[in-house]
Design a protein around this ligand. Sequence first.
Ligand SMILES: Nc1nc2c(ncn2[C@@H]2O[C@H](COP(=O)(O)OP(=O)(O)OP(=O)(O)O)[C@@H](O)[C@H]2O)c(=O)[nH]1
Ligand SMILES: [Mg+2]
Length: 308
Amino acid sequence: MDNKSDRKSGFFSRLIKGLDKARQGFTHRVDELIKYYREIDDDFFDELEEILITADVGVNTTIEIVDELRDLVKEKKIGDAEKIKSLLKEKIISILANEDDFELNSPAVMLVVGVNGVGKTTTIGKLSALYKGQDKSVLMAAGDTFRAAATEQLQIWGDRAKVPVVSQKEGSDPAAVIFDAIQAAKSRNIDILICDTAGRLHSKKNLMNELGKIKRIIDREYTTAQKEVFLVLDATTGQNAITQAKLFQEAVGVTGIILTKLDGTAKGGIIVAIKSELDVPIRFIGVGEQIDDLQPFNPQDFVDALFE
Ligand SMILES: Nc1nc2c(ncn2[C@@H]2O[C@H](COP(=O)(O)OP(=O)(O)OP(=O)(O)O)[C@@H](O)[C@H]2O)c(=O)[nH]1
Ligand SMILES: [Mg+2]
């Protein structure tokens, strides 16, 4: 049996399962609309607009999508509502497409940031397992020294993924933990160092400055490494995710977004709003709490699964 396509199909079925709720709240409603109307008129577009906005696609992006579909329908003299579906799929794929394919070269450092509870630590566990599975050596840095149980939680993921963790005692300077971890990564020839950080409100200036300091340590201490700053956003928080992203972007410069808890929302459209309103690529998506519920983001697969 072909292993690669096997794994791929396993990936895809997890994605389909993870998007169950989003399909109910979004694409199944589009299907119903198409069935009901059969022929396209102004009311059809009004209702499509409402579905997209309710699904968290965001007002600006919804207007952009619907206007383009309107033009296409006129231009190509499309009367059949069923045809709208493939046009809508294509349009969403084109919005979601990244300019580049994500490639990770060794050595690499990933700094993982975001507000409280979005899934940073869990995602780091999943990322570690993902790269371990690709025969990369991984090291985790317990940069959340703020919460008593944070290091233990990361250690549990370290045990699961069979990846070592560099940590210091609670209350230590997170920048010092990251500094230590970089020295360890260098001396052990680690491919990928993944740094956890404490969740922080994007509106708290001093905490955001602390991230800036960590970022400067990484830049200064690990000049040879590929540096990524991943912002974790929780898909269930809706449009607030956009505000968070803008403030983290200002404070540390985000190189990629990891969108978690897509399995927990009927409003899967938030991914479209994030991609169209922010100039940052989406790199990974979280579709569950298990260790293999993180996937590299692929717009085509995502939209196929959403419209399954
Ligand atoms: N359903 C679902 N739950 C997730 C996903 N990712 C994370 N979670 C859950 O979200 C909760 C918070 O996850 P953590 O990893 O502790 O979040 P964090 O950002 O590290 O939190 P702080 O360190 O407190 O800021 C946990 O219960 C995770 O299991 C996901 O993709 N899907
Ligand atoms: Mg955490």
